[in-house]
Design a protein around this ligand. Structure first.
Ligand code: PA5
Ligand code: MN
Length: 170
């Protein structure tokens, strides 16, 4: 991606404390390991009503113990804001959780389109041995509520069991 209003961010294992189910396994890993990076175009100021943001996330292949590499995951700060994700490269799963902590997963592959409804936390897991790349489009006033997931997690985890992804209640 190129052009104006471009921002880049990276998440390494060191920055993902308490995000994976097995915190002991995460803290024992090389803390410099890259988990995902995001490039986004933010043409208006965060919080502006009726604008749109666009971003592309690349998640590296890997696991923390038996849990696939995932994005941190969040509800939107303005909780009723929705979002689109779509798959570009690689395969994985979009994990969704509503305010009653009901979870479901949608498989993501190149060309798959995912509507993330209002009041729904969302995160992506990379379930293959190659990089997973997806794009997103969301309202510029959606914001991020990371604390809810940091404090309470998702009610289900996507684990690698017998070499295959399995959504497991924690
Ligand atoms: O806006 C989004 O939902 C995405 O662009 C995410 O921010 C991105 O995939 C990184 O995930 P997270 O924000 O949960 O760390
Ligand atoms: Mn979002």
């Amino acid at each position: 991606m190129s052009g104006n209003h471009l921002v880049h961010s990276e998440k390494r294992i060191a920055q993902l404390k308490n995000i994976f189910a097995d915190e002991a396994a995460r803290s024992a890993m090389d803390q410099n390991t890259l988990v995902y990076s995001v490039q986004a175009i933010l043409p208006v100021e965060q919080g502006t009503e009726a604008g749109l943001f666009f971003g592309t996330t690349s998640i590296e292949p890997g696991t923390v113990n038996e849990e696939y590499f995932i994005t941190q995951g969040h509800f939107h700060k303005v909780s009723n804001r929705a979002e689109y994700y779509w798959g570009i490269k690689g395969e994985g799963a979009l994990i969704l959780m509503d305010r009653d902590r009901n979870c479901r997963a949608e498989s993501m592959r190149p060309g798959s389109l995912h509507y993330i409804p209002a009041h729904t936390a969302h995160r992506i897991a990379n379930t293959e041995n190659t990089q997973l790349v997806f794009s997103a489009c969301w309202p510029s006033d959606a914001g991020y509520d990371y604390d809810e997931i940091l404090n309470h997690g998702f009610s289900y985890r996507l684990l690698k069991r017998n070499g295959k992804p399995e959504l497991v209640k924690i």
